[in-house]
Design a protein around this ligand. Structure first.
Ligand SMILES: Nc1ncnc2c1ncn2[C@@H]1O[C@H](COP(=O)(O)OP(=O)(O)OP(=O)(O)O)[C@@H](O)[C@H]1O
Ligand SMILES: [Mg+2]
Length: 262
């Protein structure tokens, strides 16, 4: 069944940045007047050249970094659970001495949940990323792509409403990357999380996103955005369609503009 994702859904944004500026202590203007609203159910990619402030923006959304001024509204501000944001980094950052199960259990452990109580939640999220059979394995026994899946499962185990991903597939080979991208879309639909995904890749962003926000550097700012109004689920065949090629061309043109503007 095809599901059209609404990029302009009415209602309250899940996260909203209004005129956000970030100036680092050394004077670097990492973000200038950033306005970004993301609505529930969207898959938004932040695309732009190195140094345009993508990670800075993501860290501010996650409350891992302070902004200099402007306003940030995020999940949890409405009084509901504050464990509502999951973060996936470029490197999986797993504990090598712990099993896959224990790596994924960690956020629930830190929240005070017993192993027994967390068992079903951990196993269900491991099944979602296709690794339930590896629950007793150690990270060294897994491939790079499998380690990244563990990292995604760990971010999803608290059932966050918002999942932030900072170039999660950058260190992987192209085949693994494409497979994980397809799986990520399935996980996104199964988990009903909203995703903000940072990438350098035009092809990856067009495959995944319901909307692409393009940024330029010096100072970091948004220079344009494009909705990708193609239905989900999307699979490998989508990469072969004229619509995919057209979107890639449009996004590449906007990215070239961003490089010149920076
Ligand atoms: N801790 C810091 N102190 C000073 N400047 C910083 C710091 N972190 C980032 N910057 C600067 O802020 C700007 C934006 O950096 P950021 O890491 O957000 O970019 P990015 O778009 O994520 O780049 P990349 O694609 O290379 O990951 C850059 O000019 C960078 O040098
Ligand atoms: Mg970055």
């Amino acid at each position: 069944m095809e599901t059209a994702i609404q990029t302009t859904a009415p209602g309250k944004p899940l996260v909203r940045l209004s005129r956000v500026n970030k100036i680092y202590a050394n004077g670097t203007v990492a973000l200038k007047d950033l306005d970004l609203s993301v609505r529930p159910g969207e898959f938004v990619s932040l695309l732009g050249p190195s140094g345009c402030g993508k990670s800075t923006a993501l860290r501010i959304i996650a409350d891992l970094g302070q902004h200099t001024d402007g306003r940030v509204d995020r999940p949890g501000d409405d009084g509901k659970s504050t464990g509502d944001i999951g973060f996936v980094f470029q490197e999986p950052h797993l504990m090598p001495w712990s099993t896959v199960f224990d790596n994924v259990y960690l956020p629930l452990k830190l929240a005070g949940q017993s192993r027994a109580k967390a068992h079903d939640a951990v196993m269900s999220v491991l099944a979602m990323v296709g690794l339930d059979a590896f629950c007793n394995s150690y990270p060294r026994e897994l491939s790079g792509g499998m380690r990244m899946r563990v990292s995604i499962a760990r971010a999803l185990v608290t059932k966050p409403r918002l999942l932030l991903m900072d170039e999660p597939f950058a260190a992987l080979d192209e085949i693994t990357r494409n497979r994980l991208s397809a799986d990520l879309l399935k996980i996104w639909q199964a988990s009903s999380a909203t995703i903000i995904f940072v990438t350098h890749s035009v092809y990856e962003s067009v495959f995944l996103s319901s909307r692409i926000v393009v940024m330029a550097a010096r100072p970091g700012r948004i220079i344009g955005e494009l909705p990708i109004e193609q239905p989900y689920p999307r699979d490998a065949d989508y990469r072969l369609t004229p619509a995919y090629a057209d979107h890639c061309r449009e996004v590449s043109a906007l990215l070239s503009q961003a490089m010149l503007a920076g």
